[in-house]
Design a protein around this ligand. Structure first.
Ligand code: KIV
Length: 271
């Protein structure tokens, strides 16, 4: 393997290779077939079927309501579209916190019913027993620390996490524990860039950031934010590559007008 572009299928080993060779990992969320096909064709390394589907697909205020069955439905659609990228699926809230057997059963459902390549779960030391059990069954696990949206009612706010030394130390400790438990990768959300850099430097596994600065091993964004479909969400870490809300809105208004004006369909658009 000399560059990741020659890779036929991205695996957890490819991501490890990228970290070792200083090649940054690109990751996006996806929830449906059509968008996943575009992202995979464009060469994205990892697609995450995030539980952010609860927000951007279902319109809930938090990620908490989405169910395992709903995550599996979204994942099946994404998996059908992907030929090259690694597809990781979030374990939703309530599907793994009970005990390690529950965590393993939920992971197995995602692997078997959706055909996913691995799972992601939130939390530190408290989920390590579950991670060991899931990895022991042959399922790759991605960790998630920092701002973990499933704990939003504990945090009470979406503000930057671990700005104080004590919380930063705990995060570093948890990151090491997740690596030791067998995680192949770790997502860090909304923490100071200096802490992101420290975690990426101390861990052997790839660290992928969302609002964790430039010195981590890769970046992830929610596709609706990256494409400008969401409008009233502008955290500092977000770079919008399109303004699709406005573009789709303009196109829809033109479509409505053409129908009302009896301009659509015209002679060449009918049988
Ligand atoms: O659910 C999600 O979209 C995520 C990303 C923010 C990493 O977990």
């Amino acid at each position: 393997m000399s560059t990741h572009n020659e890779v036929k299928r991205v695996t957890t080993h490819t991501l490890q290779w990228m970290k070792q060779h200083g090649e940054k990992i690109s990751m996006l969320t996806a929830y449906d077939f059509s968008m996943a096909r575009i992202f995979d064709d464009a060469g994205i390394d990892v697609l995450l079927v995030g539980d952010s589907a609860s927000n951007v697909m279902a319109g809930h205020e938090t990620t908490l309501p989405i169910t395992l069955d709903q995550m599996i439905y979204h994942s099946q659609s994404v998996i059908r579209a992907c030929q090259r990228c690694l597809v990781i699926v979030d374990l939703p809230f309530g599907s793994y916190q009970g005990n390690s057997k529950e965590a393993l059963n939920s992971s197995i459902r995602i692997m078997k019913e959706a055909g996913a390549h691995g799972i992601k779960l939130e939390g530190g030391e408290e989920v390590c027993e579950s991670i060991k059990r899931i990895v022991g069954a042959g399922v790759p696990v991605m960790g998630h620390l920092g701002l973990t949206p499933q704990s939003i009612y504990k945090f009470g706010t979406y503000a930057v996490r671990a700005t104080e030394e004590e919380e930063a130390e705990i995060l570093l400790h948890n990151a090491r524990q997740l690596q030791n438990a067998g995680c192949f990768s770790l997502v860090l959300e909304k923490i100071p860039a200096s802490l992101g850099a420290a975690v990426a430097a101390q861990l052997k596994i790839p660290v992928i950031g969302i609002g964790a600065g430039m010195h981590v091993d890769g970046q992830v964004l929610v596709m609706h934010d990256m494409l400008g479909i969401t409008k009233n969400f502008s955290p500092r870490f977000l770079r919008r590559y399109l303004n699709l809300y406005d573009e789709i809105s303009t196109a829809t208004k033109e479509y409505i007008k053409d129908i009302k004006d009896k301009d659509f369909p015209n002679e060449s658009e009918q049988y």
